[in-house]
Design a protein around this ligand. Structure first.
Ligand code: FE
Length: 234
């Protein structure tokens, strides 16, 4: 079986959220698809180990938030690389709660759907939750939805060009003239985020032009929170 063949299947990236009434949680998922138009039904594939899966099983409800291509890295980090068992993922994000108490992330999202589970199918490691859309809304129309392919090939965990971390070409030229060690990129072994000295990590106060070795020891990966020792030259 060729794994590479599977990489050609395209997906979007979404935040799937649910609540059991006392605890709410959400995760970043790519397996979301519309099953039928009338009635409007959607299915998601959710890993059984995922804390949100247990909340969906209890409540029979979940929401899907469609992420913008320009979604902030820390949102991907919080919802994609941490467990809701350890942190409250909704602490620092804009969200609403529906009449049914379903949490719905709205920050950096284009649209959302609230879904009521009508059937669940055990498919081994995952559960397929087939659901009817009972409510939805459009938040923004002036941006592109984030796709799985864009996240891995273009974003690579780095800030987009229109972000505050954008580096002007003159600075890049100056950086290129410096030694290779100074310009050495480092990759997070946990999540694949690449630290590029030419770009820095301005969200964490690391200006462009900072070599990896000069980053303070208490700095952590902006995507997954791993410490500096989890990085290797890339
Ligand atoms: Fe990381």
């Amino acid at each position: 079986m060729k794994q590479e063949a599977f990489f050609n299947i395209s997906y979007g990236l979404y935040i799937i959220s649910s609540s059991d009434g006392s605890k709410k949680n959400g995760y970043i998922g790519n397996t979301v698809f519309q099953v039928t138009a009338s009635p409007a039904q959607i299915a998601i594939g959710c890993n059984k180990d995922n804390y949100t899966a247990s909340l969906i099983e209890k409540s029979g409800m979940y929401s899907i938030s469609v992420l913008k291509q320009s979604v902030k890295q820390n949102i991907i980090g919080t919802f994609g690389y941490h467990s809701g068992k350890d942190i409250d993922k909704f602490e620092n994000i804009e969200y609403i709660e529906t009449e049914n108490n379903t949490p719905v992330v709205t920050e950096d999202c284009l649209a959302w759907f609230e879904c009521k589970v009508v059937k669940q199918v055990d498919v081994g490691t995952h559960i397929l939750f087939i659901a009817e859309v009972i409510e939805n809304d459009v938040i923004a129309t002036d941006a592109e939805p984030l796709t799985y392919s864009y996240y891995h090939k273009i974003k690579k965990g780095l800030a987009p060009k229109n972000a505050p971390t954008y580096v002007d070409p003159e600075l890049l030229k100056k950086e290129k003239a410096e030694s290779t060690e100074v310009m050495q990129k480092y990759r997070c072994l946990a999540c694949g985020y690449i630290y590029d000295p030419a770009i820095g990590d301005e969200d964490s106060g690391i200006p462009p032009g900072t070599p990896f070795k000069d980053i303070p020891d208490d700095w952590v990966c902006p995507t997954c929170g791993s410490t500096k020792d989890m990085f290797e030259p890339f």
